[in-house]
Design a binder for this molecule. Structure first.
Ligand SMILES: Nc1nc2c(ncn2[C@@H]2O[C@H](COP(=O)(O)OP(=O)(O)OP(=O)(O)O)[C@@H](O)[C@H]2O)c(=O)[nH]1
Length: 369
């Protein structure tokens, strides 16, 4: 895979963009966060999911995670500010300590080999409670550790778990409550794909972001493009062509490679001393970034590309930074990438401005502006 790394127009400089996203350990308290409840039996993999996605923990290291003893609230800022509640395995609706009405999504994690009654009863207990307290709650079931089983067993267990939940809900007369099942594993991209789908349901501005990706694809003859959250590698929007897993995985892998090699390609001019912006220079709409005492800490080159099929007609995978934490990844015909680069860059600038505007509105609507 031949790769190129370079800079786009100066408007790509990430530190000047409105901070719709800031991965922070001490996020601003005043912002209204979208809350996601992460539930499941002990050792089902809840903390692993949270750590792999939002703390960049290598999947193999999840083996050493300790048991969660009390609710751990993890703040993460992407297009919308999230708060993920990682709960201990023994938590119930009564001991949760917060009404279900506070949450926007509930992710219930079941180990795919766990066909016993207990996890299913617990899931049903929460679905029934949600049905009464918060019928608009998105209930998503991650049938997890899917890579542990052979294909046939995997499908069979997946089917059995769905069937049992359905039967139990019918008995409790709650079958109208919508819920979705996903097969997931921290060892492949299924977790990223499933969590991305959950995230889409929570982003109110999603149609606008999708429109922007669609316009980008139409103008650049791109068959597929994703707007990714860089650190978590969740995609926050894509165009309206179907997502095929191979393309999604390819983009995830490319992003992962760039994330790990990014610092090597940092331009000498981007050293902290040269890039620091004086406080009084920040633009009027820009948010305070309490955690950005060193604005170049996570600096990243603004664009990159890799040739996927060198022979004609050829496809190139392009990467463009959109905000400090979002990037556009697109499959582009090599002829367009090589012959009409100006047009491509023009569309990226247009796309970037649109996304930044949407993020700004989102921040203002949540009281962070
Ligand atoms: N094979 C496999 N193992 C996984 C996967 N996800 C998590 N695990 C393992 O499952 C075990 C339990 O993971 P945890 O994340 O601690 O589970 P938990 O649900 O947070 O557990 P509690 O804190 O006790 O409630 C660890 O040994 C992980 O390595 C997966 O996708 N596949």
């Amino acid at each position: 895979m031949a790769s190129t790394y370079g800079a786009t127009s100066s408007s790509a400089l990430p530190q000047r963009t409105p901070s719709c996203a800031s991965m922070s350990s001490s996020p601003a308290k005043s912002v209204a966060r979208t809350k996601i409840l992460l539930l499941g039996q002990r050792r089902s993999g809840k903390t692993s999911i949270k750590e792999v996605l939002f703390n960049d923990l290598p999947p193999k290291q999840t083996f050493y995670l300790e048991t969660t003893m009390r609710v751990d609230k993890h703040a993460y800022d992407t297009v919308i500010p999230l708060e993920i509640w990682d709960c201990p395995g023994n938590i119930t609706v009564e001991t949760l300590g917060a009404p279900l009405a506070q949450f926007s999504a509930l992710i219930f994690v079941i180990d795919i080999r766990d066909l016993y009654k207990q996890p299913i009863s617990k899931l049903v207990e929460f679905i029934v409670a949600a049905y009464h307290d918060n019928p608009s709650l998105f209930v998503e079931v991650f049938v997890h550790k899917a890579e542990k089983l052979q294909e046939d067993d995997k499908i069979e267990n997946f089917r059995q778990i769905q069937e049992r939940v359905q039967d139990d809900l019918m008995e409790r007369e709650c079958e109208q409550m919508p819920y979705n099942f996903h097969l997931t594993s921290v060892y492949d991209h299924s977790l990223h794909e499933a969590f991305s789908k959950v995230l889409h349901k929570l982003i109110h501005s999603l149609p606008f972001l999708e429109d922007l990706v669609n316009v980008f694809c139409a103008n650049t003859q791109s068959p597929k493009a994703f707007l990714f959250d860089i650190a978590s590698r969740l995609y926050v929007a894509t165009d309206n062509s179907p997502v095929d897993s191979a393309t999604h995985n390819l983009c995830c892998d490319y992003l992962s490679m760039l994330n790990s090699l990014g610092s090597l390609y940092r331009a000498p001019t981007s050293r902290a001393t040269r890039m620091r912006i004086p406080a009084d220079e920040s633009s009027p709409g820009e948010l305070p970034r309490p955690n950005e005492t060193t604005p170049t800490k996570n600096r990243f080159y603004p664009s990159a590309a890799a040739s996927l099929h060198p022979s004609t007609p050829g496809t190139t995978l392009t990467y463009h930074l959109v905000t400090p934490h979002l990037a556009l990844l697109a499959l582009v015909p090599t002829a367009v990438y090589e012959g009409r680069r100006g047009l491509l860059e023009y569309n990226v600038v247009f796309f970037r401005e649109g996304v930044q505007e949407i993020c700004q509105v989102e921040v203002e609507a949540r009281g962070g502006g």
